[in-house]
Design a binder for this molecule. Sequence first.
Ligand code: GTP
Ligand code: SPV
Ligand code: MN
Length: 614
Amino acid sequence: MADVEAALEAAGLKNPHVLEYVRFYADLTGAERVEVVSAEDDARLIQEALDAGELEPAGEGRYYSRSYHKDTARSEERTIVATNDPKDKGVYNNWRPASEMKPLLHDRMRGAFEGKTMYVIPYLMSPPGNELAPWATGVQVTDTRTVVLHMIRMSRVGPEFLEDLDDPSQFVRAVHVTGDLEHLGQGTPEDQRYFVTVADERTILHFGSSYGGNALLGKIAHGLRQGAYDGWASKKFLAEQYMLIGIHDKETGTDYHICGGFPSASGKTNLAMMLAPDALGERYHVSFYGDDIAWLWVDESTGRLMGMNPEYGVFGVAKDTNEGTNPTALASIAEGTQAIFTNIAYNPQTREVWWEGRTKQPPANTAGWLDWTGSPIADRERGEAELPWAHPNSRFTTTLDNVPNIATDYNAASGVPIDAIIFGGRTRDREPLIRAIHDLAEGVYDGLTLGAEATFAAEGKEGVLRYDPMSNRPFMAYGEGDYAQHYLDIVGAATDQPIFAHVNWFQRDPDDGHFLWPGYRDNLRPLLWLLQLRNGEVKGRQTAVGIIPTEEELNLEGVDISAEDLKTILSINKPRWQQEMAHREEHLALFDNMPEAIWEAHRRVAEALEQESD
Ligand code: GTP
Ligand code: SPV
Ligand code: MN
């Protein structure tokens, strides 16, 4: 049996509550050894992973890993928020009683680390010294070395982050057990996996995956689900699936900060890594604070709404990342960055990597190339040519220090003041390029009715969105009505209200399917308009669903777009919007305790649409 006390003492971890917690799970899982890790252990652990074949070299200072082929994404059905209070049940949080889930998970975990090392990862999900740091501290235990390596890239890791706790028992207990991936029945009725956040006990119990969103517990389980619950219970903050960027105007010397939520795989990382388009680069610089999570609170001394990124790295979608779409991402994962790739295509002979959209065509010489499952591309039969080389959800992992446009003050304890909150989904019609909303309740209403189109899902009805309130549907920790009220309370307490906006980079031509807006770098243009609107420098055109820019107000210098497409993305399609309003009403009616202010906002928008001329 592992000598837990000796391992923790050797690492200088003196907190008796950590000892008690680690000892409990070391006993339960039967771990043979216990090893406390910190960021300083990275080089040694990388070497061990290479020696063990868990990683392969992908050029100098870069690594390749492949996860089990049935374990490549988050599983929403198997994800549960458990508490001791049935009132925490929402529509999306798959609520279960804590008394039922804890014994069930403990049963699964019993004996699972026999013969294995239990890694103990003390971590912090905030800039050091931030006022929310007490809610951001945790200790993950795991049996998987590549999970440790990812955690070191994605969060601040080391025993020192546990030293400043006022109450030494107040850290999140984050237990990760990979399980026998080949015998878990993933996706079948016998599915053994469970990803449970016992939110009111601040304990995370994840069993059955080593994929990022299921296994890096600081990121999604703590940074989003536990954070959301704690933010509500403490009445202090919001934890959101948001990117967070700075825009610096060199001409006026002003700094702006915008955060916002787009559902998974809808463009947060790309927006945060955005280079200003050539025509605007002399005047504006975009800096990266965060690309997936933001915590928001009101600074009591200034009354400003503040935001910070709890993460320390980027876990980004590889697909379509190239010199044209996202040169910043490519620089962040260049040789020497210690980046780790997961489930892309790999050539062990040349140590090259490739994914769909990296170049227009895959490498012409297929010799040595393996697809994401490890099968040689050259052996593909006819008819398999269409199969992707990389998994569509293949990812790269790199630390913030590698991101060329990282904000100079990303690590500042204070966080940054928020000027605007934007929401955006993938919507092929109806949603204009941008529509701005000054009113808080209407802004929150807009976020709650955020949707992305039902893609190929059989049951998805034409024109009906898969609603994803605030892009938080998979991370919702408590009831949606309570969430809406908490959001109104937190943002409403700020003296200088942020402006809200809904953006859409994904409107398509109904005939040939092309994207009407070029997107990527050009997305800065509507954001600049939004800031000008907030400053009173432009007026826009008021519509029932918000203010949209006139063609003249939008800086379009050097943009490749036809007059017809531009007109479409700057207009409101009244019949489509009226159809949508009926769906929204059904969607909102699903939730208990929805604040009256949200219903009033809904009725105001519906009435204004009635009045709007066609
Ligand atoms: P998660 O990490 O899953 O939360 O995703 P994300 O919201 O960070 O999405 P990401 O930025 O990784 O983008 C997902 C996909 O959308 C990538 O394949 C991008 O290339 C593509 N994408 C991002 N921005 C744009 C855009 O402005 N236009 C178009 N057409 N595609 C985009
Ligand atoms: C997402 O799925 O929204 C992600 C990646 O950001 S994961 O870590 O899988 O949640
Ligand atoms: Mn995400």
